[in-house]
Every structure is written in C-alpha cells, then in structure tokens.
Design a protein. Structure first.
Length: 412
C-alpha cells in the first residue's frame, strides 16, 4: 500500500471519528459558554478587568484568612462572599445602591408587593434623641390586637436593647416567620406616669394598609399615605370615592415621613388626580428617556393641598412635586428630603443568589426640574411644633395650616 493510500484511508476512516469528536467538543464548549453568559457566571479568562482584580484580591485575602485567622470556621463561605459583594457595591459611593442576600432580597420584594409577614405597625426614630417609637398601629392587625399603641417608646425587642441600633436594625428584629412571636419592652405614659410594659406580638400575614382617610371640618377630606406599593393605588381611589360620597369640597394629601416606594403606584395616583398632560421624565443610562403622561380618564377638580416634610422622599417627592408643577396642589410644611433618582432591583437567583439594587437614572418633574439633592420647597412653610409622635393628631399645626389654606381656596 502506498503512503498516499494510507493517509487517505486514515482520513476516510479513523480520521472522521476524530474530526467528529473534535467538532462535538467545540459545540459543547460553545454551549457551556452560552449558558454561562445567560446565567451571568463567566470563566476567569473571559472576564473584565474589574473581575480580574476582584479575583486576585479575593484569592489573596482568602489564603491569609484560611492560614492565619484564629477561628475561620466561625464565618461561613457564603457570608464571606455576601460581604465581598456588598463591599463591591459600596465602592460605588452611592448610599442608595445595595447588594442583597437572599433573605434581604425577599424582604425588599415583599415591601414592594405590599404583602408580608409583620406586626402591622409603623416604627419611627426621633431625629433629636435617637429614641425609637411606635408611630402608628393598624386596627385589627397583630400589634393592635396585642396592645401596642402609638407613641410607645421601644426599649427592647426580644430582650435586646435598641438604644444604640439604627431604625433599620431595630425593624430587622421585628421580622420573622408567620406565627412566631416578638416581645416588645416599651415605656408608656399612663395617668401622668411612665410605666414599662412587656407586650408579646405574634407575627401574621399583613396586607399593607398604606392609605387611611377621614373627613375634617368644613368638608375637607384628608388622606394619609404611608408609602407607595401595588396596593396603594386602589386604596387611594377608594379613599377619594368615600370622601366624595361624604361631600368633600377639597382634599389634603399627607405624604410626610413617606420614604417612597413604587413609581408605578405614583403614576397611577397622579393619573387619577390630573387632567391630560405631562407627569415625569425618567432619564437613564441603559434606555431612552421614558416620559409618563396622564390620560384624563378621571381627574380631581377640587382644591388640594399636600403636606410634606424632611421625611418625604423619592416617590412621595415625585408625587408632590408633579402636583406642584401642574399647579394642582399647594404644598404645605417643610423642605422635603431631596431624593429624585431612579432605582431598580435585579434578581441574581440564576447566578450567585440574592439581588442588587442600583441607581439607574434620575426623575425630572413636568417643568424639567430635578428633585435630587435639592428637595421640594413648600408653597406655605410651616415647621412642625406638635408634641404628638403621630402626625394628623389634634395638635398637628401643619395639618391645621393646610386646613386653613383649603378653607381659603374654597371660599374664593
């Protein structure tokens, strides 16, 4: 057999098996890479410069911890990885961007959905003293049934002193699974004396009642909005309908100490209040500008005031600022917080678990002005001088001023 024939036989016989195997291997590699791209898990040799730097530093730090740290077994690999991710996001220098662990991500989603396990109470921190209080309790919910009351000062939660904790850390102590209990140690004023009480609250499924309403003197409706979630729009519309049925001549909307929430809820509520026209513009890096408009399917044609203060932030500022720009409401109270940025929460379940909350853009009001870093200036400035921790109570001088403004507008 000639050499040429042997080579040809090799190609036609065993060589085809070799070539087929090689092709299959290439296809498998391409498929694996495709899956890695989809899931966000990339091999080190196909990564960004940032990923290379993170890999190098993390490997070095991990080596020294494993070799020299006194009790490395006390910290799980998962916790180390979580804090590494948190550190990477914190390096952005943006206090509004976070990496969430699995548990933190689930909590953030429950807040947006408006359904969660909790006690049915709003906690607050006094900015001057740092003390934590029960700001309000929702009737019929676990906190109210157990006997917690608005203005109770929270001393301990499950025996842990909360005096040095932030409000976020204190709130975290109140979370748990449905049916579990939390013991509050509170200080309460009774008959002119301060008494200490221990109150056990059993956590239950809560549908967030973010809107409450009542009729004030002179047929002025009052709607208080605690936050914006997917339940808020319907609750808000129900409140307006109920007050209209009672013959309201004007309306006060209270978004004081409202830290924000879902933009979709704000757009839905503005669409209910305003005739056709511009609402807000959202500018971002990843997409073209998004412009939201009201449709005039319904609108509120009576005088309106909106109460704001330093705790009014983000979505509540978009709400109040749009009404101010459209000259549909008078803002009463104090300068708002000044958070006008767009944020998005992304699930990382298909890659490393947890989630990430990032600043992705900025909101601009109908006039084109930005809220961020500036806040809203009320049309009628009034500093709060009431003694009650629960806004909307009898000594609420800001509410009294808004009522005065409404009565004047109605009479003109």
């Amino acid at each position: 057999m000639k050499r040429e024939d042997r080579v040809k036989l090799g190609l036609d016989g065993f060589g085809w098996f070799y070539a087929a195997g090689l092709l299959t291997g290439i296809l498998i590699c391409v498929l694996v890479l495709f899956i890695l791209v989809l899931t966000g898990v990339m091999p080190r040799w196909w990564s960004s410069d940032v990923a290379d730097e993170v890999w190098m530093r993390a490997s070095a730090v991990d080596h020294y911890i494993d070799k020299y740290y006194w009790k490395p077994e006390d910290v799980s690999d998962e916790k180390m990885a979580d804090y590494a991710a948190k550190g990477m996001v914190s390096a952005l220098g943006d206090k509004y961007s976070f990496y969430f662990t699995d548990e933190e991500y689930e909590d953030s989603m429950r807040d947006i959905e408006g359904e969660f396990v909790g006690i049915g109470a709003v906690l607050m921190r006094d900015s001057k003293t740092g003390k934590k209080y029960i700001q309000s309790v929702t009737e019929g919910q676990p906190a109210a049934r157990a006997g917690l009351k608005a203005e109770d000062e929270i001393l301990k939660v499950d025996g842990q002193d909360v005096s040095e904790l932030t409000l976020t850390e204190t709130t975290a102590l109140v979370k748990g699974e449905e049916g579990t209990s939390v013991v509050f140690t509170v200080a309460r004023k009774e008959n002119g004396k301060t008494v200490t009480k221990e109150i056990t609250v059993v956590l239950g499924e809560i549908v967030n009642q973010s809107v409450s309403y009542k009729m004030l003197e002179g047929k002025i409706g009052y709607i208080d909005i605690k936050n914006f979630d997917k339940e808020t729009v319907k609750q808000f519309e129900d409140g307006i309908a109920a007050l209209d049925k009672q013959g309201q001549k004007g309306m006060i909307v209270d978004v004081r100490n409202n830290g924000g929430g879902a933009l979709t809820a704000v757009i839905g509520m503005l669409n209910r209040l305003l005739p056709a026209g511009n609402l807000i513009t959202e500018k971002s890096r990843a997409e073209e500008d998004m412009r939201f408009k009201s449709t005039d399917e319904k609108h509120f044609d009576k005088p309106m005031a909106v109460l704001i203060n330093g705790g009014s932030a983000s979505a509540s500022e978009v709400f109040a600022g749009t009404l101010q720009d459209r000259e549909a409401a008078v803002l009463v109270g104090e300068q708002s917080f000044g958070k006008g940025i767009v944020q998005a929460v992304y699930s990382l379940a298909d890659s490393c678990g947890g989630g990430i909350k990032l600043t992705t853009g900025e909101y601009f009001l109908p006039s084109g002005r930005s809220i961020h870093g500036k806040g809203l200036t009320p049309d009628v400035k009034v500093e709060y001088t009431g003694t009650s921790k629960e806004l909307g109570a009898g000594d609420d001088n800001q509410l009294a001023k808004a009522l005065e403004v409404m009565e004047k507008e109605i009479s003109e």
